[in-house]
Design a protein around this ligand. Sequence first.
Ligand code: ADP
Ligand code: MG
Length: 919
Amino acid sequence: MKKSARDTPMMRQFLAIKANYPDAIVFYRMGDFYEMFMRDAEVAAPLLDIALTTRDRGKEDAIPMCGIPVHAAAPHIKRLADLGHRVAICEQVEDPKIAGGKRLVRREVVEVVTPGLVGDPDAIEGIHEPCLASLAIGMGSQVGLAILDASTGELRATQVDSIDGSIPPSVLEELGRVDPREILTDGSSTELTSLFASLLPNAAVTIIAASGFDPSTCTDRPEGFDAGSNEVCMRAAAALLSYVRENQPFALSHTSRLRVYQLTDAMILDAATRTHLELFRNTEDGGRARTLIDRLDLTMTALGARRLARWLAYPLIDIDAIRRRQDAVASLSARDRLRLRLRDALKPIRDLERLLAKAARPGATPRDLAALRNSLEGLPQIAAALDSGDGELLAPGVDGEPDAGGGLSPPVPVGDIARLLREGLIDDPPAIPKGSRGANETGYIRDDFRPELDALRGGVDKGRDWIAGFEARERERTGIPTLKIRFHPVHGYGIEVTKTHLGRIPDDYERKQTLANAERFTTEELRGVEHSVKGGTEQAASLEREIFEELRLAVMDRAAAIREAASVVARLDALAALAEVGRRDGWVRPLVDDSVMLEIRGGRHPVVEPLLSAGGGEFVPNDVDLDSAGNQILVLTGPNMSGKSTYLRQVALTVLLAQMGSFVPADSARVGIVDRVFTRVGASDRLARGESTFMVEMRETAEILANATRRSLVILDEIGRGTSTFDGLSIAWAVAEYIHDAAGLGARTLFATHYHELADLAQTKRRVANAHFEAREWGEEVIFMRRLRAGAANRSYGIQVARLAGLPKTVIERAREILANLENGELDDRGRPRIAGIALENEPDCDQLGLFSVVRPAAEPGRDRESLAFGTEEVISMLERQVLARLEEMDPDQTTPLDALALLAELGKRLHEARENKV
Ligand code: ADP
Ligand code: MG
């Protein structure tokens, strides 16, 4: 029978291993490569863009294979995991030398990388938390959620009552916020699985046997985990822990204690709000530029950056917790020297959580531990910086919870472990990739650390010295001046004597090797010394590996303390960053209380303001006055481009900043606690995103009406836009009324709309007020004042904006004509508006024309004639533009002196008018 390509000892071993990991791509270690075979190779090769070859080419059942070098494996593994695959890392678990080349090396899967358990922290960006989530549905009516960030070991869980056995919206929102890469469920609900697919398209769903959710069978019990409990959050955590045990058992040693948290402890931010407010990603390209987090993140460490992002994702709603954070920010903000010293001290601290995760891996290198040591050694400087705080007492840290408030406290002392690593490891040890050629590299354990190692090294040194002196001794003894001691990697040491001197060699020389021109010899003594040097070196190397492993375990023993120190560093760094931003940019500490007010004086948009000033512009500050019991709803009208959307977002962002404990960009602010911010943006503002826009808009709006409370802040920007004018207007109107009237509501609301008709709502609804962004017309120009005024807008200036945008002159002129007709109410013989002689078939749905929207001047006496002086700058820039335009129009060759005089007179008159402010 022809021998099959599969019928070799190696392939048999592979197939046996593969049988245990049918759903993973097996990375089979062969020397310096990971090889993939058969189906695994066919799947992986195109994804990794590597060549697919075959083993035993020519045989009928030749085996497809591909491979990657071990040292370059990390990004490939991450790539496969990102694409939703599982990767089983199968290592050689015995030294090939022991196997003696006679039999196959033993191999075992040491780690399974899954989408949510990307093991090697090096493969992950600093801030991103690639989470693994686990969802448990209780027997009663509760849903539990557990979350693990495997790159930092942070473990938390929560549970929520479910009314009808379905997943409560708050859990779905939390999943959206956490954005896990992988979700574990027991698979009992196919509905759930498809829900995940639509809600979290980037997450892999992994089905776990229902028994995995039983806390009592869970062998790993971190602090905070209650194996006796049948609480549904413990069930979720149990599944998660068992999953880690099964796939990356080593990772359990750096997992934090289980923190049980309540979703009601933080403000709810739904996906639409997170998106519209551009907290973490901008809407243009999904990047970090121009986002709030980018604006705030002046942290010095990855630890701090992650903590700050966490604070922004979970704004607080407990007033005391907010005030504690504010106190800490304030005390750092007030003391520039302290802050500077603290931030300097934070700078060299590397990502302790991820270094700990690396130390937990069996493949940790001496360099990893040294990096951890160096960062631990930086901690006393942080404590010293805090101590130097002008002699004032700093509020002690109240707890180690990452999300609670908390004052400034020096990091937990972990000097013992830093010292141990300093004594044990040399200053700059090598990175030795596990099992690679450099694995026998030695010398990273410091002298004087372990007497046994010193003794071995001493013996080796003595032997080497003896060999070094041997040449001189032998020359003298034999009288051969050219005698040399040579070293050959295979044959070892030899006494080399050239042919001419062979006659003089002593009797005790034993021939070892013959070269073209010379012979090499050894002696019994040399052989003995050589043997002990070689043995000593090997013993020393293996002792170093042992000592290293001891050090690694000592680190893991102190993992909890290191995590706690890291947590303090993270908190200090995040606080100092907030203090730095606030101080640098003139922000103020907002008063946060349990009122239902929102009062901001001189508020600015945290992201737009610096962008504008970078471009030489100036942001115009504005006030806010909302009050559930008074001005509950502000209807904001005004032309396109006048600043409505900016204002709306500015208000929402200010509230988020205030509740995360930050200072805010304003002259003063009072924020009555907000339980939830809803931000909705009208469909046509989002056409670019290619959603079924109107439907999405309406669904989101429905959610507000169902969930907003008296404490909520509702931001509605041009809702109702995605349908025809009258539909849209009616919907917008009804929504505003509902927010005003419906029981349980009373939510503070900002409603920007281009439907000027909505201004009339204030006449019938007591808690509705009007405001507009002022624009001024001057000649052909429209000037946006960016200033919020009481009362509704009376013009939309659409045509001026169209002109600014460069629409052809003829179109603009024609538009003016039509507008004039419409405004004069010229009707055709059937009583419908007549447009320059053309009778309309339907009512003029002018808003469908976008820019040319028609405004019915709202009757509100004394509102729009309020006189306001133009700022000098605005007048000058307007004048400049007009003068330049007039001069440009002029052709000197065609201009008579009289024309020129007339022009001068005209320009002079305009200037005069501008001075008089008669525009
Ligand atoms: P709208 O929603 O009314 O159409 P936007 O809020 O989109 O207007 O603002 C239009 C432009 O005006 C934006 O480019 C923005 O940068 C600028 N802007 C808005 N508010 C201000 C302000 N308070 N000061 C200066 N510029 C502003
Ligand atoms: Mg807008």
